[in-house]
Structures are given as C-alpha cells and as structure tokens.
Design a protein around this ligand. Structure first.
Ligand SMILES: *[C@@H]1O[C@H](CO)[C@@H](O)[C@H](O)[C@H]1NC(C)=O
Ligand SMILES: *[C@@H]1O[C@H](CO)[C@@H](O)[C@H](O)[C@H]1NC(C)=O
Ligand SMILES: *[C@@H]1O[C@H](CO)[C@@H](O)[C@H](O)[C@H]1NC(C)=O
Ligand SMILES: *[C@@H]1O[C@H](CO)[C@@H](O)[C@H](O)[C@H]1NC(C)=O
Ligand SMILES: *[C@@H]1O[C@H](CO)[C@@H](O)[C@H](O)[C@H]1NC(C)=O
Ligand SMILES: *[C@@H]1O[C@H](CO)[C@@H](O)[C@H](O)[C@H]1NC(C)=O
Ligand SMILES: *[C@@H]1O[C@H](CO)[C@@H](O)[C@H](O)[C@H]1NC(C)=O
Ligand SMILES: [Zn+2]
Length: 475
C-alpha cells in the first residue's frame, strides 16, 4: 500500500484512492498491446512467418525484448540464462505384422533404429523391474499398457533389460496413443524406440504369434537458446513475485496469440512499472522463457537450476500464455493445495474473485502440465495462471457464458500460420491484462496471508499429476 507511509492515519483514504492493484490495472493500454503485437508480427514476417527456436524470428524476439528492457536498466536487473535444447524430429517409422502395417504413432525423443524383426512380449505396465523379471526380453519388442508411471520410465526400463523397442498401448478403448518420452533439456539417452497404439491394437499384438517388424528414423539437433530475466531493483529480494510467459512460437506459425499475447502483456507491464517508477514491498521478477513449445524446456531448466536458497525466495509463480483467443473463454488453472504446492489454490481464488468482481464468467481448467508452470510446481513453488482456451471446441455452455461460437475451436489458428494479427481478441486481451496487472500489484504490495515457502519432495507426485509436457502426453 504505497500511500500509507505519508499518512497512515488516512488509511481509509488510501483505500478509496486505490491500492497499487487498482492503480496498475488502470494503466493497461490496449493501444500499446496492439503496437507490440504488430512489431512481433513484423519480426516473424522477416523470418518465414515463425519465431520458433533456431529461427531468425526467434533471435529477433530475444533482441526485441532485451532492447525494451534495457531502456529501463536503472529499474531492473536484466540477465539471461543460456541453455541447449535437444530438438527431435521423427522423419519416418513403421510397425508391421505379417507384412501388414499396424496403426501406430512414434513417441518423440525415440532413438533411431534400422529394421528390426522381433518377438512381442507383454510386460504389464512396465513400470517396475518386477514386470521384467522371469521373462526373456533381450532383443524383443516389449509391450506395455499405459499408466502407473511416465512413458520415459517405461522406455528406460525396457532399455535396461535390453529390449529392442517398446509399444505403449492405450488404457481406454477406441483411441490411439501419442506422446513424448522426455523433455529435451538434457542429454537424451538410455531409451528405446517407442511406439503408441490403441488398446485394441496393443492387445492384438500381445496375443499375436507372429514376429513384429519395425524401424524408427529419428533425428536430433542441438539448439542453443536463452531465457530473459528482469527483476526490479527495489523490493524485498527474499520475497519474489515471479511472472512468466514464453517467448518462442511453434515452427508452423508466427505465434501472435501463442506466445505473443502473454509475453507482450509482460513487456507492457515491465514498461509500465518502470515508467511510473512503481516501488513495491516485494520484488518482481519477470521471465520470458524460451523453448516452451518443444516441451516446457526453458522454464524447467530455470526452475531445476535454482539453488535451494534461491528457490525459497520465490513465493509464487504466475504463468501467462494465450490471453486473447478469438473465440475465447476466461479460464483459470485449477490449483489444488492437496496436490499442487500449497498456495496454488489461493492464487486460483484470487483470479476467480477478480472475474466475479467485474461481473465476468470464468471456468476452471485442469493443471495437467501443458504450460510453463510445471517445472516450478515440481520444485515446490506455488503456481497459477489463466488462459483463454486452446485448440478444443467451445461447448454450448461456454458460448452462453462468454459469447462466441459453440462447436468451433477456441482458436482455429492454434499452432498455425494464421496465428497472426487477425487472430487476437482485444477485449479478452485487455480484460486479462488488467487481471494480470491487478494481481501482480496485490502480491507485490503484500504477501500477508499467503503461505510461507518450504521445500517438499513433490516431484514424483507432480509427475503423475502433470499428464502433459506442453502439447504432448507424458504419462
Ligand atoms: C518457409 O516455410 C515453409 C512452410 O512452413 C517451408 O516449406 C519452407 O521450406 C520455409 N522456407 C525457409 C527458407 O525456411
Ligand atoms: C514469441 O515467440 C516467437 C518465436 O520464437 C519469438 O520470436 C517472439 O519474440 C515471442 N514473442 C514475445 C513477445 O516474446
Ligand atoms: C551448447 O552446446 C554447444 C555444442 O555442444 C556447446 O559448445 C555450448 O557450450 C553449449 N551451451 C551451453 C549453454 O551449455
Ligand atoms: C526398412 O524397411 C523399409 C520397408 O519396410 C524399407 O523401406 C527401408 O529401406 C528399410 N531400411 C533399412 C535401413 O533397411
Ligand atoms: C489410426 O489411428 C488414428 C488415431 O487414433 C485414427 O484417427 C485413424 O483412423 C486410424 N487409422 C486406421 C486405418 O485405423
Ligand atoms: C454468464 O453466464 C450466464 C450463463 O451461464 C449468462 O446468462 C450471462 O449473461 C453471462 N454473463 C456475462 C457477463 O457474459
Ligand atoms: C453442437 O453440436 C451438437 C452435436 O454435434 C449439436 O447437437 C448442437 O446443436 C450444436 N450446437 C450449436 C450451437 O451449433
Ligand atoms: Zn504457448
């Protein structure tokens, strides 16, 4: 509460004059959001319409953000964190039985293998060494059902028992299975080529007496990129409010909503704080993460590399992506203190109170691992965030709550070339930017009543909670 110090006897007046939260909220400027979006689109247009890692559009984005921050060097400490991403592309693959191709997918980060012909051997869930004991799996194709542990764990165990490959089949009927084995933020190794199948096809394989033929043509490329970090010079650096968004787009498009909208709002916030010389009780750390679209790599790298001491200084992490989808809904990540780091639920409540106060409807969406909060949650840091939808179809109830069109995708341009300047809903973007400014103002001013930090070994729990890593299933 910034006004209290000059006249705390007029505390009532300071409330009427407005808290920092309200002061900041009033400063959201949609013209500035628009100008920044145009600038980003221009950057992408010089780069074959993409800002994906490894492209010049990506370098352009990094330079753009850094340049804007450097205008406020007196206000922020600016740094960057460089890391390597192992990028995987599956060029071709096949699984066949008796010369007939089986409908399979290839899991990302599978190592390559030439043609192999092998016996299929069922290994239950393939999560425990016990599943492999007493069976001769060497050189065979292990066949495991989905569930019980991550895909990565299954592929590691199959490798350690010298299987030639692995099939993971779905646990529910009627659907194929596709996913990723790992995040490419470390050396990828110790895995077997892994294929996904429907429950029906998997069981067929288990019961087949014929041998299975398969190959996997998979390529790996190392790309160096960086996260950009700005922290206010003032405020208590032992109590940090951290806001994140991701700065890369997918390869397929310019990513103006995804990631443009989130990272532009954070840039707008960075400038607003500095230009108004806003002093806060708690420090504010803003991060533009790289390599989100290839498995939340930049954010996980950042969270994993925090020392225990640095980790405990971060009181909460708020994640913002896709704030302005054309056929939007107001969605809040449903943090739950029973399974997410304690405090996540309070963040969720803060967002819902804000929407309710403004007479707006909102829905909760599961914290299932699709965004950059995952690495922080796995390191015990309370997390929260909002979004406006993704590729899914809008339900009739959601049309009643938010307008727009039912039975149509929230974003028909999700991860495509047309995620451009026409793909933004400025009303949704302005509303969500106000919510972001307000929430930041409130937490930066006071964390009274917000749970104190402690480290708990939640990693394996969180691993099971977060079924996705970005867009790909992980478990
Ligand atoms: C530009 O993008 C198109 C479609 O995404 C692709 O086919 C083409 O090879 C790219 N060109 C360059 C120079 O990267
Ligand atoms: C979004 O991602 C693209 C692609 O990597 C990047 O060039 C751009 O700078 C990012 N936008 C923002 C505002 O960070
Ligand atoms: C990334 O990999 C390259 C090539 O192996 C290496 O020279 C560089 O030091 C690595 N960068 C980081 C930040 O680890
Ligand atoms: C593997 O078999 C496929 C056909 O099933 C063939 O096209 C390919 O050339 C073979 N690859 C190798 C490395 O033998
Ligand atoms: C193969 O699997 C995909 C995904 O489950 C499905 O859409 C497609 O119809 C299947 N194709 C055949 C020939 O069964
Ligand atoms: C909220 O949703 C209800 C339907 O559930 C609808 O009648 C109402 O108009 C919506 N409010 C706003 C502000 O859109
Ligand atoms: C949406 O699709 C369902 C079934 O596919 C249909 O019953 C319903 O009428 C459609 N609603 C709208 C608003 O188009
Ligand atoms: Zn995104």
């Amino acid at each position: 509460m910034r006004l209290v110090y000059w006249c705390w006897c007029l505390a009532l007046a300071s409330v009427t004059l407005g808290s920092l939260a309200e002061e900041l909220e009033a400063k959201v400027n949609v013209v500035d959001l628009r100008l920044k979006a145009e600038h980003l689109f221009h950057i992408a247009s010089l780069s074959n319409n993409t800002r994906a890692i490894g492209s010049i559009g990506h370098e352009g984005t990094l330079h753009y953000i850094t340049r804007l921050l450097r205008e406020h060097q007196g206000f922020y400490d600016i740094s960057s964190q460089t890391f390597n991403v192992t990028f995987n592309s599956i060029r071709d693959y096949q699984v066949s039985v008796d010369g007939q191709a089986v409908n399979a997918s290839a899991f990302y980060y599978s190592p390559a293998t030439g043609n192999v012909t092998a016996r299929a051997v069922a290994v239950e869930l393939g999560c425990e060494e016990n599943d492999y004991i007493d069976i001769d799996i060497k050189g065979c194709l292990a066949v495991a059902q989905r569930g019980g542990c991550t895909f990565e764990r299954k592929a590691q165990l199959a490798k350690s028992f010298d299987a030639a490959g692995l099939v993971i089949y779905n646990s529910v009927p009627g659907e194929g299975l596709k996913g990723t084995l790992t995040r490419g933020n470390d050396e990828v190794g110790g895995l077997v080529p892994t294929f996904g199948m429907s429950l029906e096809d998997g069981l067929k394989l288990v019961n087949s007496v014929s041998e299975v033929s398969f190959f996997m043509d998979s390529a790996f490329e190392k790309i160096e990129t960086r996260n950009i970090i700005a922290e206010t010079k003032t405020g208590d650096h032992d109590n940090i409010v951290l806001l994140g968004s991701h700065l890369d787009s997918v390869e397929a498009g310019p990513g103006i909503n995804d990631n443009g909208s989130g990272s532009i709002t954070l840039l707008h916030l960075a400038q607003t704080l500095a230009e108004n010389n806003i002093q806060t009780e708690n420090s504010i750390r803003l991060i533009w993460f790289s390599a989100e679209e290839v498995g939340l790599i930049g954010s996980s790298f950042y969270a994993d590399s925090l020392t225990e001491k640095e980790n405990l200084k971060i009181r909460l992490m708020l994640d913002y992506d896709m704030l302005a989808l054309p056929n939007y809904a107001f969605e809040i990540y449903e943090g739950d203190d029973l399974v997410d780091p304690v405090g996540s639920q309070q963040i969720k409540n803060k967002y819902s109170e804000w929407y309710a106060l403004h007479g707006l409807n909102y829905t909760f969406i599961p914290m299932d691992g699709r965004l950059d909060y995952v690495g922080f949650a796995q390191q015990s840091i309370p997390v929260g965030g909002i979004a406006t939808g993704a590729e899914k179809l809008k339900l009739l109830e959601e049309m009643e709550m938010f307008g727009g069109v039912a039975n149509e995708s929230f974003d028909q341009c999700y991860h495509q070339t047309c995620d451009n300047l026409q793909n933004l809903n400025y009303n949704a973007w302005e509303t969500n930017s106000k919510l972001i400014f307000n929430t930041l103002g409130s937490y930066a001013e006071s964390l009274n009543g917000f749970p104190a930090r402690h480290l708990v070994a939640t990693k394996s729990l969180a691993d099971l909670r977060y079924m996705y890593r970005g867009d790909e299933l992980f478990i």
